[in-house]
Design a protein around this ligand. Structure first.
Ligand code: PBG
Length: 339
């Protein structure tokens, strides 16, 4: 029997396909991460992330301008400080590496949305995201050695947020997965008259092997232990709902799921359960590195798989995508005649 319902009728040519396409990616959906280093000189390429470099503060405006020219409208900053110590004090110093970078970028490209990642792992000598039991003051005997202490860390997160705000950040993005971090940061910002600044919370962040290249890039790998006592277990989806709900109650303005590619079901669940809030997906360093490695070997068509991956994240329900492909993808998306 000849079929009368023929989905192929809508696939005849590119114009028709574009007309009925359900999901699109725009350059303005993308957020480009930038690594800023205290070191002077040339940008330093990151071996495990081809195409990504650490930018000296003095040159970071150049990279911000290139990103803006590509059509991407937001950046997310990570810093590599000169001094690391037990409390990560460069993170809340007025002259800390990220604070200086924010000022440089805001001066050069004022219209760019500057998002400050807020964590301690790049700034502590042990590479953990907070105050480690026994390293500052007296150890808490109820908790194991090496445990990241929750509430002492919150106090420092609040301080960092205010300093980042003062430097000119447009959005504060806490990534440390401490309980109560959004409330603590909201309180600190409001108390310093930054009640207008939004918080993009890394509300659901899994303990993931896909962060490997990032830990090279930001030099924030833990010297001992891991992050499994604060980041989420990869097997958990219902717990993601719990984490998001807490952050919503604490005043988060944008939610996030991280990583993205292996967690598309979590992105979908988040979109369905929290329809009222913008949702970001973090297309992390390991996801980037896999695509780059395969493309460099000629095993996949980079442009095609990158756009397919970004489309999949949007289709799963992400509004925004933080991605190291941002600049390239934005350029591809603005070229006429794309598939
Ligand atoms: C921690 C942080 C990490 C990433 C972003 N923020 C690393 C971690 O939790 O170990 C990973 C991002 C990526 O892999 O691209 N501040």
């Amino acid at each position: 029997m000849t079929p009368t319902t023929r989905p192929r009728r809508l696939r005849h040519n590119p114009r028709l396909r574009a007309l009925v396409r359900e999901t699109t990616v725009r350059p303005t959906d993308l957020i480009a991460p930038i690594f800023v280093t205290h070191q002077r000189g040339e940008p330093r390429p990151i071996g495990s992330m081809p195409g990504v470099s650490q930018w000296p503060v003095e040159l970071v405006a150049r990279e911000a301008e290139a990103i803006a020219r590509s059509g991407v409208t937001a950046v997310l900053l990570f810093g590599i400080p000169e001094q690391k110590n037990a409390t990560g004090s460069d993170a809340w110093s007025e002259t800390g590496v990220v604070q200086r970078a924010i000022r440089e970028i805001k001066q050069a490209v004022p219209e760019l949305v500057v998002i400050a990642d807020l964590c301690l792992c790049e700034y502590t000598d042990h590479g953990h995201c907070g105050v480690v039991n026994g390293t500052v003051g007296k150890a808490d005997p109820r908790l194991p050695e090496g445990y990241v202490l929750n509430d002492p860390t919150l106090e420092i997160y609040g301080r960092i947020a205010v300093v980042q705000a003062r430097a000119g950040a447009d959005v504060i993005a806490p990534s440390g997965m401490m309980d109560g971090m959004v409330a603590a940061i909201r309180g600190a910002l409001d108390g310093a008259a930054y009640d207008h600044l939004p918080i993009m919370s890394y509300s659901v962040k899994y303990a993931s092997g896909f962060y490997g290249p990032f830990r090279d890039a930001a030099q924030g790998a833990p010297k001992f232990g891991d992050r499994a006592t604060h980041q989420m277990d990869p097997g958990n989806r219902r717990e993601a709902v719990r984490e998001h709900a807490l952050d919503v109650a604490e005043g988060a303005d944008i939610l996030m799921v991280k990583p993205a590619l292996a967690y598309l079901d979590v992105i979908r669940e988040t979109r369905d359960r929290f329809p009222e809030l913008p949702l970001a997906a973090y297309n992390v360093s390991g996801e980037y590195a896999m695509v780059k490695a395969a493309a460099q070997n000629g095993w996949v068509d980079e442009r095609r798989v990158v756009l397919e991956i970004l489309t999949a994240m949007r289709r799963a329900g992400a509004d925004l995508i933080i991605t190291y492909h941002a600049k390239d993808a934005a350029q591809w998306l603005s070229q006429p005649g794309r598939p």
